[in-house]
Design a protein around this ligand. Structure first.
Ligand SMILES: [Zn+2]
Length: 104
């Protein structure tokens, strides 16, 4: 048995578990908040996702990586205004400086 991931966010832990379940990696959640009768949230009782088969630890990490570090490259790509040369965030459709339209 090996601990994979600990978080106060039990829904995230649950999601990770479902990812591993789907891949056929046997895992379980320790200290599941939902299973507790006391409402005291202690750092000692953070939900922890554990896998049973240590030899699949690396595989599990690889599976969770894309969820743990979502790709944001296309979201954060900046563009340079062709008119004034200012950098603009990806979400901007017109230049913040001179209001020229974004060009591909
Ligand atoms: Zn501009």
């Amino acid at each position: 048995m090996k601990e994979l991931y600990t978080s106060m966010d039990s829904s995230r832990i649950g999601f990770y578990k479902s990812v591993l379940d789907e891949a056929g990696i046997v895992c379980f959640i320790q200290n599941d908040v939902g299973a507790q009768t006391l409402n005291v949230i202690s750092p000692l009782f953070q939900p922890t996702l554990c896998i049973v088969d240590d030899s699949r630890y690396d595989e599990a990490i690889e599976l969770l990586k894309p969820h743990h570090y979502p790709e944001t490259t296309s979201e954060t790509a900046e563009w340079i205004c062709t008119k004034c040369g200012e950098e603009n965030p990806a979400g901007f459709e017109v230049c913040w400086s001179c209001e020229a339209e974004k060009t591909a």
